[in-house]
Design a protein around this ligand. Structure first.
Ligand code: ADP
Length: 499
């Protein structure tokens, strides 16, 4: 067992570990091929952006340029939407569902075959630890394609007594925290239900979506069924505002979600919005404390806290608060922060300089609000964007760090005495995406999950995903569900069949 000596200095915990250091185990970059420049994937071909503009995509762990990516303007968006419309009308909506399924299965299998390369590119472009992209992002993306391929020819069983009809062309806009997985979440159900797609990845993490375009080409999908175009907010806005788009599927910030809602108000466009979160993770005194501490660490620190469903608000029952906080401090000290390509790394790089600045801003706000801050004493690489795992104690419910989404490895810890009190506090948030409950009692789990306003509530675990279970929010966390049978619905019109 590691022996720890703790002394507090300048608000930083200094723990000395008589523990073993892991030898570096870096994944090799050579297993991935990244082109120096990427064009737009429209109508099954790579086309130059009409404005001839490209922007750099960098490795946030080293600040080195990885490639340059095309910036799609309004004319390019129009080209992509027209291609998607043509292939919808002429090919995809007419194709027997079991044939559509074969293409989706093929994509799933190629994603599996190229899993190592995809994981490496995800980590290089996004900064997350290779362990996360290798063990979670890529396999879960493949699973989504497999899962929805299975539904394609079974929609009549999913929605009995209804005729199902696709919506048409779906515009899909995704964020940078799970670039490949979000693309799979969006594309797989859209294709399974007979829609065609124009997808835009986030500007800092375009590369795995572009690799997915190569996979789609290899799978021989009819041209125009999936179009992948790159660019920043203005490209996203051009998709949202295009008159021939039937549905918007968006994952990203609540602010942009609101802009999208305003933009589509009064149109026939349907939308699903998966927005921000400020998940409450609740530890009761009867919980298995060590497991709960590990679950909290998994919920906020792995993935650099870049998860909308991150358990960023921790509520601990007063009687065990001291023990939980001590164990959390010990545990964050042992987390390995650094080279995301190293297989031992727990916490990789922050996705961008801008995001790092936002996180630092909130750490300063937390201190100014009077909360006590602890950070691990790990050393950080000289280049790149890094944040030490951070926690705040003595946080009040009204503090900004307990109310606002930080999107970084920063945990706000609050305490409670009774069930009613913690439910009140947990629900007192503009968000409602996810939550967690740690307790030994099944009855308490049922009681809590019934009364809490969050789309997903994990019990005695955290951040577990499966393609068969729906995901989505309450309140400012958005609406509509992705995943599972529920995830088919936002891509369909249902017409009841007369008996
Ligand atoms: P985050 O804060 O997670 O970066 P954003 O909401 O800013 O989230 O970005 C999520 C996605 O939305 C990205 O692909 C981004 O380019 C896109 N985006 C940003 N602004 C707009 C907009 N006004 N309309 C449509 N898409 C947008």
């Amino acid at each position: 067992m590691p022996k720890t000596i703790s002394k507090k200095k300048n608000n930083t915990i200094k723990l000395k570990f008589d523990t073993w250091q892991y030898a570096p185990a870096p994944e090799s970059k050579s297993a991935a091929s990244i082109k120096p420049q990427y064009d737009l994937f429209i109508n099954g071909e790579w086309v130059k952006p009409s404005g001839n503009k490209y922007f750099d995509t960098i490795n946030p762990a080293t600040e080195e340029k990885l490639s340059e990516v095309a910036e799609a303007n309004v004319a390019d968006v129009d080209k992509a939407v027209s291609a998607a419309r043509r292939s919808y009308e002429k090919v995809w909506k007419k194709m027997p569902a079991k044939e559509r399924a074969k293409y989706i299965f093929r994509i799933a299998r190629i994603v599996q075959e190229k899993a190592r390369e995809l994981a490496i590119i995800e980590t290089l472009d996004g900064g997350k630890a290779i362990r996360e992209s290798r063990d979670f992002d890529v396999p879960t993306a493949a699973n989504h394609f497999f899962y929805y391929a299975g539904w394609a020819d079974k929609l009549e069983y999913a929605f009995p007594n209804c005729a199902t009809e696709p919506l048409g062309v779906a515009g899909q806009i995704i964020p940078w925290n799970f670039p490949l997985l979000m693309a799979a979440w969006k594309i797989a159900p859209a294709l399974a239900t007979g829609n065609t797609v124009v997808l835009k990845p986030a500007e800092t993490t375009s590369l795995t979506a572009l690799k997915l375009a190569e996979i789609i080409q290899e799978a021989d999908l009819p041209p125009g069924v999936v179009n992948i175009i790159t660019g920043a907010g203005s490209t996203g806005a051009a998709i949202v505002n295009h008159p021939d788009i039937n549905k918007i599927a968006f994952t990203g910030s609540t602010d942009v979600g609101k802009i999208i809602q305003r933009a589509i108000a009064g149109t026939n466009k349907k939308a699903t919005l998966e927005l921000g979160g400020k998940a409450a993770n609740i530890i009761f005194e009867d919980a298995p404390i060590d497991q709960a501490v590990e679950g909290v660490v998994n919920g906020i620190y792995f993935n650099q806290g870049h998860v909308c469903c991150a358990g960023s608000r921790l509520y601990v029952q007063e009687s065990v608060a001291k023990e939980v906080i001590r164990k959390l401090k010990d545990r964050i000290e042992s987390l390995i922060v650094g080279d995301p390509m190293d297989k031992n790394t727990d916490i990789g790089a922050i996705n961008s300089r801008q995001q790092l600045e936002t996180i630092h801003k909130y750490i300063k706000i937390g201190e100014a609000e009077g909360s006590e801050m602890y950070q691990s004493s790990c050393s950080l690489p000289a280049k790149g964007f890094w944040c030490r795992p951070t926690l705040f104690t003595n946080v009040a419910q009204s503090n900004r760090i307990a109310q606002e989404e930080i999107f970084g490895p920063v945990l706000a810890i609050l305490t409670f005495r009774t069930d009613d009190e913690v439910i009140e506090k947990a629900n007192n948030s503009p968000y409602g995406l996810s939550a967690g409950v740690w307790t030994d009692k099944g009855s308490k789990i049922f009681n809590m999950t019934k009364r809490m306003r969050a789309g997903v509530i994990w019990a005695n675990t955290f951040n577990k995903f499966d393609p068969s279970s729906p995901f989505g929010g309450y309140k400012e966390s958005g609406y509509g569900r992705e995943g599972g049978l529920h995830g088919l619905l936002p891509y369909l019109n249902l017409n009841p069949l007369s008996p």
